[in-house]
Design a protein around this ligand. Structure first.
Ligand code: GDP
Length: 462
């Protein structure tokens, strides 16, 4: 879904190449491109203008930061704004209290019925993972589309016997919890909803997932009916299902539902289609309500949690490079970094510097995280076992280096057999480990020469 924005954004960053600072001139061209990409993605103009103004004000006011060039600084600001437009970083996994009624609303065709099944799947799966099976009742008052009720009945049956946890339990009741379907005999949706609610209460279900009537367009009668059902059942959760393919239209739908019935959160469906990213962007900005899930397919398991920061990353197409830049900036003291970098780049560094480097890596994060962050590196075949092995190797290296004297760290060649044995003993390692450390240290020196030729640390972030 967000590929479209991603491609556009990537071309923007090249606008700054060669410029050390963000200026009124170079920012304007880049902002024009951001604007164009958002327009093409069907984001409403008022939202775009606000976004652009915020980015501009923040980017121009930035202190010159030696660690990042202008392009990187601009990326950072766009990303941060993008992230805050999408809801900030305060993501909490949706938590549905027990017992509760979850009323699912939306236009016909938005994916409401499918989403009811997806939520049931999510609740069953979560309950089984926690070892606390729950009983879920599914029902529908969508009398305008009778086939939707039959569809829900079929889905409920398949969910009831589904082994929600991979390789886990299957079957009905007991350890697995039940997913039941109930069809009310009332033909009036408001009465039917109250009847369904009685069934839920009398049989002590944990959750009632109520599929409501949709129409092709926002309709006064539909909203009125929902309002009455809401007043009678007082559902703890009212979720609006929005079709992400409808772009700005979904925003009008959301506003109409909000004014008459109100809702707590939204689920954006069909993000697996080639739809544009505008709906999520505009919805979050205008309605200020959480998007809790994304629907990414037709199966009950095709439901993803919505993480604003991940979505922002996806939109920008930057991988997690930004996080790496930020962490590096915040956690590595600059003089420390410069000294180590200089020594490293000159190929003239000691085991002391090597230890510093290992410490810096420790500050940035575990090796597995670093590998994920670096573009191109995530494709490397680093298995979890290999990463674990390297990480424990690094720990041993650090222990051995700290058992050495300063002189030994600077000129490791002076280590004789008895010193080596004592260091290994003192650091709880073996002679083999120590020889490996010395070998790796020599390799690093070779690598440093190569690294220097390729432009050093700066080259890594280009
Ligand atoms: P309702 O009228 O709102 O209840 O909509 P339905 O649940 O019947 O869904 C309408 C159509 O959209 C059906 O063909 C669904 O299979 C499809 N659909 C629903 N959610 C998704 C989704 O996340 N991705 C895709 N690709 N299709 C979906």
């Amino acid at each position: 879904m967000f590929d479209f924005l991603t491609k556009k954004f990537s071309s923007i960053f090249s606008k700054f190449s060669g410029n050390p600072r963000i200026t009124q001139d170079n920012i304007n061209t880049a902002l024009e491109q951001v604007k164009e990409s958002l327009l093409e993605a069907d984001v409403p103009l008022e939202v775009i203008n606000d976004f652009i103004e915020n980015v501009k004000a923040k980017a121009l006011g930035l202190q010159v930061n030696k660690a990042l060039n202008a392009g990187e600084q601009f990326i950072k600001v766009v990303y941060q704004e993008d992230c805050s437009f999408l809801g900030g970083t305060n993501f909490v996994t949706p938590n549905f209290q027990i017992p509760s009624v979850i009323m699912v609303m939306g236009l016909q065709g938005s994916g409401k019925t499918t989403t009811v099944a997806k939520i049931a799947y999510f609740l069953k799966d979560l309950a089984l993972k926690k070892g606390k099976p729950r009983n879920i009742l599914l029902a529908s008052v969508d009398f305008y589309r009778p086939a939707a009720i039959d569809q829900l009945e079929i889905l409920a049956k398949s969910l009831d016997t589904l082994p929600a946890v991979a390789g886990g339990y299957g079957g009905h009741g007991g350890m697995n919890g039940r997913v039941d379907f109930y069809r009310s005999t009332h033909s009036n949706p408001v009465q039917a909803a109250s009847d369904i609610y009685k069934k839920f209460k009398n049989n002590q279900y944990d959750y009632l997932l109520l599929d409501t009537a949709g129409r092709l367009h926002v309709d006064g009668n539909m909203l009125q009916e929902l309002k009455e059902i809401d007043a009678n059942l007082e559902p703890k959760y009212k979720i609006l299902v929005l079709d992400s393919m409808t772009g700005q239209e979904s925003l009008r739908v959301a506003k109409a539902f909000d004014q008459v019935v109100g809702f707590n959160s939204a689920i954006l469906t069909k993000i697996d289609s080639d739809t544009r990213g505008g709906a999520a962007f505009a919805f979050k900005y205008m309605l200020k309500k959480p998007i809790i899930f994304l629907g990414s397919g037709e199966k009950p398991s095709d439901l993803e949690l919505f993480y604003p920061d991940r979505m922002a990353n996806r939109i920008l197409g930057m991988g997690d490079m930004l996080s790496l830049i930020e962490r590096a900036e915040a956690q590595i003291q600059k003089d420390d970094k410069e000294r180590v970098t200089q020594n490293f780049a000159s190929g003239n560094f000691s085991l002391e510097d090597f230890a510093d480097q290992l410490k810096m890596m420790g500050k940035i994060g575990s090796l597995s995280k670093i590998v994920q962050y670096l573009p191109g590196m995530s494709g490397l075949n680093m298995t979890p076992e290999m990463i674990e092995k390297s990480e424990s190797e690094i720990k041993r290296f650090k222990a051995m280096i700290s058992s050495m004297t300063l002189k030994e760290r600077i000129v490791p060649k002076i280590l004789d057999a008895s010193r080596k044995e004592r260091i290994a003993k003192g650091s709880g390692t073996s002679l083999k480990d120590l020889n490996l450390l010395l070998e790796r240290f020599e390799q690093s020196k070779q690598f440093a020469k190569l690294f220097n030729k390729k432009g050093g640390f700066k080259g890594m972030f280009k």
